[in-house]
Design a protein. Structure first.
Lengths: 292, 226, 252
């Protein structure tokens, strides 16, 4: 059989067009991202120096440093993960390993998905209502961390669930076949295999949490504090909120512009470092449990 | 050793055992003829059943090995060769049995002169040695030894060709022993076949060890680089 | 050789699906029984009766008797299922060592079952690795991850892992289907060796493999046991035309 030559050429042309378009779009996205980064780096890097990182804000936040905001953000990220990671992983384990197929499991999964879609300001309001007022934590690191934790929870649950789902069932069966109980099997076999992918969830959650402003607005963030927080019941400053404040509601917005770019730069770098660290960690574990 | 290897080993063991049995049958038959030993001849006839049962067993083992293991290359040649060698051995066994039956059919001793003039004992000896040597050739992977069969068969053929005249003379000289003379003729005809069977076996041995088909080839090719 | 395992008129349903239809069969002690048949014929399901692996699938219903050493394993208390599974080891289709060291993989079954005596565990690991003809290849790297082994080695490790708790029956679900021919040959030879100590049931898609390793063969089709006999009989002169068509490749 012979095929018409023109048909083949048309196919090739169509293919080239589609690929070309797809390539252009992906390059475009990367370009935009690089542009943003370039802009932030260009504007911010001149401001950043040792003093900027380690000093308190001065002169109505037009000078000095952002040290308390950095520390506050680290506290909040750590605190939220301390809450969201164990709770989320356990919930994921329950949903994937223990819950029987049926309406209850479907409901839990649906709600988890819905939770992930809730705007972050709602979390902020909820956190204020529950933690700040109802539980009387006040605006504090504790309340802020828990609120951010709630925000991160669906991400952790979902990635944990997916990670566990991707563990081949024969691993579980092999353990059961040796007389292993469900708990023993999950602890000794399933979790270690799923760990790298669970850590991916952690990375995503950290990335999300460290940049959020809305949830901390009413629960923890302070406009300006002259000293570092002493306990989890103190308020603290945070990078995203600080950035928001000095670019919108400060008394001298123009004067603090360089400070804002510096803060943005630091925030980006912190998120970057966390991501790189977590990726390294994941690769390390991944190597240990590499499948062939 | 793999499962297939152990199956092949036991197949080889069975073949060798059958072979040895056939060689013994021939030797006993010759002795029975030489000494007109009817008991020994009876024994040979009796033992024919054992040869037959070996054939059945080896056939079945080969069938199983084909069906269960799908042997290839040298393993395949071993099973194919075993199947055919076993077939030939069974026929040699039949011949040994027939010769023993002819001995039993005789009324009196065979007289010395006919045994000598026809060279039947010499023929019997050569035939037995040929079968014994194919056994050794197979066991020792000695294809040179196997190739000697093609020459040695000619001795048997020669004796067979002369037999008619010798037997005729004998009938003339000993008119009272016509029956025995005819029996000797029959034996010679049978023993001549042993040579052909040995040649067939030799061909299978060469096929097994060298993967060469020497059947229906010219003499030079058959006898190789002797 | 007595009957180690026996099923009497076993029916199994996944929901509405009738997966096994009245299977009666016996399995002699210290023999290798191969289960063959096209995909979805019920052979793997039948295999998983013996360590109650089918229990893990929801909506499974089983009728009839499954006897191990004369005792119906579907009448035992739920708490004894772990005990049953200790006695009936299993090897899976894909090599699935745990993400642990070679040593810990073999020791897993012992630790699961509460054994802590270090010297005993060490001795048992060596013993079973030798049984699985893997010891010489791994003795210098017991602490290394099991994933560093080749596929064939991993599968022998999984066999060692199953042997370590000294079961009397080993179930193998297409143990060589993902391996290259050399590794497959090693697994087959290993099965042949192990039958002196264990009763083995092998599910296989590979008919030649059934011929090479087994003493008895059962042919399954559409949930029915069409024919069960000595492997030699099945492969040289099967009684049922369905069996003949399947093993000669004239199927369907």
């Amino acid at each position: 059989m012979t095929f018409p030559e023109s048909n083949l050429r048309r196919k090739k042309l169509g293919q080239a067009l589609m690929f070309g378009l797809a390539r252009a779009i992906s390059y475009g996205i990367v370009a935009i991202l690089l542009l943003i980064l370039f802009f932030i780096v260009k504007q911010g890097i001149g401001v950043v120096n040792w003093r900027f990182l380690t000093a308190m804000p001065e002169n109505g936040m037009t000078q000095g440093g952002i040290f308390p905001a950095i520390v506050g953000t680290l506290y909040l990220v750590a605190g939220s993960m301390l809450f969201a990671f164990p709770v989320g992983v356990m919930a994921g384990i329950y949903v994937n390993e223990y819950a029987k197929e049926g309406p209850v499991k479907r409901f839990v999964k649906m709600m988890t998905n819905n939770l992930a879609g809730v705007p972050s300001i709602i979390f902020g309001l909820f956190g204020m209502a529950l933690f700040v007022n109802e539980l009387n934590f006040g605006a504090s690191i504790l309340a802020g961390s828990l609120t951010l934790g709630l925000l991160a929870l669906p991400i952790v649950i979902r990635t944990t669930e997916e990670a566990l789902k991707s563990v081949d069932d024969t691993f579980r069966q092999a353990s059961y076949a040796l007389g292993g109980s469900k708990l023993y099997t999950v602890r000794k076999v399933v979790l270690p295999i799923a760990l790298p992918n669970i850590l991916t969830g952690l990375i995503l959650a950290v990335g999300r949490v460290s940049g959020e402003t809305a949830p901390i607005l009413f629960t923890v963030a302070a406009y300006f504090l002259p000293k570092l927080p002493g306990s989890v019941f103190d308020q603290c400053m945070a990078l995203p909120y600080h950035l928001y404040v000095i670019s919108t509601s400060g008394t001298q917005i123009e004067a603090s512009r360089p400070m804002a770019y510096g803060t943005a730069f630091v925030l980006v770098v912190i998120v970057l470092i966390v991501n790189i660290l977590a990726t390294l960690l994941r690769n390390y574990f991944g190597k240990k449990v590499k499948m062939n | 050793m793999t499962h297939l290897q152990s199956e092949l080993k036991s197949l080889k063991g069975d073949i060798l055992e059958m072979w040895q049995l056939v060689v013994n049958q021939l030797n006993k038959g010759k002795e029975a003829l030489t000494n007109f030993d009817r008991d020994l001849a009876e024994e040979v006839v009796e033992n024919e059943k054992r040869v037959n049962s070996f054939e059945l067993k080896i056939d079945r083992d080969c069938e199983n090995i084909f069906a269960l293991f799908q042997p290839v290359a040298t393993d395949l040649r071993l099973v194919l060769a075993s199947l055919k060698i076993c077939n030939n051995l069974e026929r040699i066994g039949d011949i040994a049995c027939s010769v023993a039956e002819f001995v039993l059919d005789a009324d009196t001793d065979f007289n010395k002169s006919i045994l000598e003039s026809t060279k039947i004992l010499e023929m019997y000896g050569v035939a037995n040695e040929m079968v014994a040597d194919t056994l050794e050739a197979f066991d020792q992977e000695d294809t040179r030894l196997a190739r000697t069969m093609f020459k040695r068969d000619k001795i048997l053929d020669q004796i067979d060709q002369n037999a008619l005249d010798r037997v005729e003379e004998s009938i003339k000289n000993h008119p009272n022993q016509v029956r025995n003379s005819l029996l000797v003729m029959s034996m010679i005809r049978k023993l001549e076949r042993v040579g052909d069977q040995s040649k067939n076996i030799a061909e299978e041995i060469i096929f097994y060890f060298e993967a060469k088909v020497v059947k229906h080839k010219k003499k030079k090719q058959k006898e190789g680089d002797e | 050789m007595g009957n180690k395992l026996e099923t009497i008129d076993v029916n199994l349903y996944y929901g509405d699906f009738h997966a096994l239809k009245g299977i009666s069969m016996f399995i002699s002690e210290n023999s290798v029984t191969a289960l063959i048949g096209p995909s979805g014929c019920g052979k793997s399901t039948y295999l998983r009766l013996f360590n109650r692996m089918n229990d893990l699938i929801p909506n499974t219903r089983i009728e009839g008797q499954v006897l191990l050493d004369g005792e119906d394993i579907y009448q035992i208390k739920p708490s004894k299922i772990d005990h049953l599974r200790r006695n009936v080891g299993m090897v899976f289709q894909k090599p699935n060592p745990f993400p642990k060291s070679i040593f810990e993989n073999v020791a897993y079954g012992l630790r699961v079952n509460g054994i802590t005596d270090k010297s005993f565990i060490g001795a048992q690991v060596e013993k079973t690795l030798r049984q699985a003809v893997l010891w010489e290849e791994v003795k210098d790297k017991l602490k290394k991850s099991a994933f560093e082994l080749s596929g064939g080695q991993q599968q022998r490790l999984c066999i060692a892992r199953a042997l370590a708790i000294e079961p009397s029956v080993i179930l193998m679900d297409e143990p060589a289907s993902s391996l290259d021919p050399i590794s497959t040959g090693k697994i087959e030879d290993l099965i042949f060796e192990l039958k002196n100590l264990y009763t083995i049931i092998v599910v296989t898609h590979n008919m030649q493999q059934a011929g090479r390793v087994s003493d008895y063969t059962g042919f399954f089709y559409l949930g029915n046991l069409i024919e069960f006999d000595k492997t030699k009989k099945i492969f040289t002169n099967p009684s049922k035309p369905e069996t003949e068509n399947y093993i000669t490749g004239r199927f369907g």
